[in-house]
Design a protein around this ligand. Structure first.
Ligand code: B12
Ligand code: SF4
Length: 480
């Protein structure tokens, strides 16, 4: 739609933020997805308010459909509706843009999916896209639309004019994350999230972000919004946020949502000191790299409340870790897994199958590593070539063209012509499932029985399953 005529100069600009994720229509939700409000939107909301913009939010997480958006559009009469996009919620996002258009409201999309396929979002009905950090661009957009001024040329904003993309100059990233206000938790129904957690786990869990970006460069990782930049809040500012969550919402368990937690050793040391000295008595979890989790650090993290760590182990083959440009060594994986076990900290391993160059021997090495450490939790996915990554570039002439949507990109579908057929990877995923079950059975069955089942399964895999499954398609090219 075109930018609005001058209106309501005496009242401040208004923005309606929308999280289009509807939990009840997500088939993965019950099994895998953990429900937290979008930290991106809560931070945008707080920032907008700080700049004199009035903000409301339509969070569809617990809704049946997108109808509450229209209700809010009519009651709040915003100048701009801003939608947070993920691939999973693409269709709902487009529906929100159409609802906004029907009410004559300017719509803008931000977040990872709109950043990756900006043109598609504009063609589907959005008036603008912010493909990177959103704070500054959204404030400027809200003011311009409110004042009836053309939105083209805003730094960090992309529009479409006569079918062509019109990009504003790039906007520098915020330098000082401490200057951001605390997330505007009151924009969503925090009790709905916390109550659900309390019901499921007995804990009131909330998500916290202490940094933006990641300085590492894994070949398959998509970092559409913040790229390789890395900025972090001070440990003191993090503590302020934790205290607010505890005091205002009785939160007792925190998930640190950073891409990688504890990138800087002095930073994490200081945060741990604060957590221990201030006796916040919070339990927490985070995602970290095996090269950063030194045993002495893990000990202090446990004392400060760490209960669970997600680690990107990815492969039990050094060759594969190198091909992925992961920057980690198998020795570090083993040292960290042993230290986590020693400290009694739960470990959740991410593993990946089907990355270019992987042979059956590499998969076997991954399974043996898994068997050796029996992590409490794991996820083993088939490598997804995400557009914009080096992995995607290396296989783009071998993509199978299967729809890129939530159901097929969840790591259980082969999206490019890999070395082996999809059924082989599915079979391997099932082997990890059996291995995990055997790991748990060790507490109840005799080691001889467990090992016997494991060996029988290995023999079946070698002699029957692999020849049968590979027979359908011989191993193809090796390295990318
Ligand atoms: C933490 C996290 C989670 C957490 C919590 C998410 C939450 N509620 O906050 C959990 C573990 C629950 C989770 C779940 C999932 N996640 Co997640 N997650 C992340 C992670 C690591 C950080 C997100 C975050 O908080 N970033 C910090 C905030 C400040 O940034 P932001 O949200 O991008 O917002 C900024 C800009 O994008 C922009 N912006 C965002 N929205 C808008 C809207 C407007 C109008 C404007 C103008 C700007 C704007 O401005 C914001 C502030 O600068 C990202 C990776 C990443 N680094 O982004 C993956 C990521 C977002 N997740 C991803 C995925 C795939 C998922 C799942 C689908 C995984 C699954 N199969 O279960 C689910 C979906 C859950 C859902 N409800 O939608 C993908 C999304 C890819 C895509 N194209 O869709 C990412 C990018 C990881 C990746 N590289 O693959 N996730
Ligand atoms: S996979 Fe993790 S460590 Fe690697 S680049 Fe992505 S966010 Fe960084």
């Amino acid at each position: 739609m075109t930018d609005r005529a001058p209106a309501r100069r005496s009242v401040p600009p208004r923005v309606l933020l929308v999280d289009p994720y509807v939990a009840r229509e997500d088939p993965m939700e019950r099994k895998f997805v953990e429900l937290y409000p979008s930290l991106g939107l809560l931070t945008l909301g707080a920032y907008l308010r700080g700049q004199g913009v009035e903000v409301e939010m339509a969070d569809l997480t617990f809704a049946r459909d997108a109808r509450p958006v229209t209700t809010r559009l009519r009651s709040f009469r915003p100048d701009v509706v801003g939608v947070h996009t993920k691939t999973l919620t693409h269709d709902r996002s487009v529906e929100v843009a159409q609802r906004a258009r029907a009410e004559g409201v300017f719509s803008v999309a931000g977040g990872p999916d709109a950043a990756t396929r900006t043109q598609e979002y504009l063609s589907a009905g959005f008036d603008a896209v912010v493909p990177s950090e959103g704070e500054g661009a959204l404030v400027e957009l809200a003011r311009r639309v409110h004042d009836g001024v053309d939105a083209s040329g805003i730094s960090g904003l992309v529009l479409q004019r006569d079918g062509r993309l019109v990009r504003g100059p790039s906007r520098p990233f915020l330098r000082d994350l401490d200057s951001l206000p605390l997330p505007a938790w009151d924009l969503v129904d925090m009790e709905a999230y916390l109550g659900k957690w309390q019901h499921n786990t007995g804990e009131r869990r909330a998500a916290v972000l202490t940094s933006r970006g990641c300085p590492f460069d894994c070949s398959w990782c998509s970092k559409p919004t913040f790229g390789r930049t890395f900025r972090q809040q001070s440990p003191e500012r993090v503590l302020e946020e934790l205290r607010a969550l505890k005091d205002r919402y009785r939160v007792d368990y925190v998930r640190f949502c950073d891409d990688v937690f504890g990138v800087s050793r002095p930073w994490i040391d200081r945060l741990l000191t604060l957590l221990i000295e201030e006796r916040l008595d919070l339990r927490w979890e985070c995602l970290a790299r095996v090269d950063l989790l030194k045993p002495d650090l893990l000990k202090r993290m446990r004392v400060a409340g760490l209960e669970r760590v997600y680690v990107g182990v990815e492969s039990g083959s050094q060759k594969m870790l190198d091909l992925m440009n992961r920057g980690t060594r198998l020795g570090q994986v083993e040292r960290t897994a042993a230290a986590l076990r020693h400290e009694g900290i739960r470990q959740f391993w991410f593993l990946m199958l089907g990355y270019p160059g992987e042979t059956l021997e590499d998969i076997e090495a991954t399974l043996q590593l898994f068997r050796k450490f029996s992590p409490e939790e794991y996820s083993v996915s088939i490598a997804v070539p995400v557009p914009g990554t080096r992995f995607h570039d290396s296989v783009k002439d071998r993509l199978t063209g299967r729809a890129r949507n939530s159901k097929s990109s969840g790591g259980s579908t082969l999206l490019y012509e890999a070395a082996y057929p999809e059924v082989l990877y599915r079979w391997q995923q099932a082997r990890f499932g059996l291995e995990a079950a055997l790991g748990k059975a060790r507490d109840h069955l005799s080691p001889r029985v467990v090992e016997g089942i494991g060996h029988a399964a290995d023999r079946f895999h070698e002699r029957v399953a692999t020849p049968l499954l590979i027979g359908k398609k011989p191993p193809a090219r090796a390295a990318p």
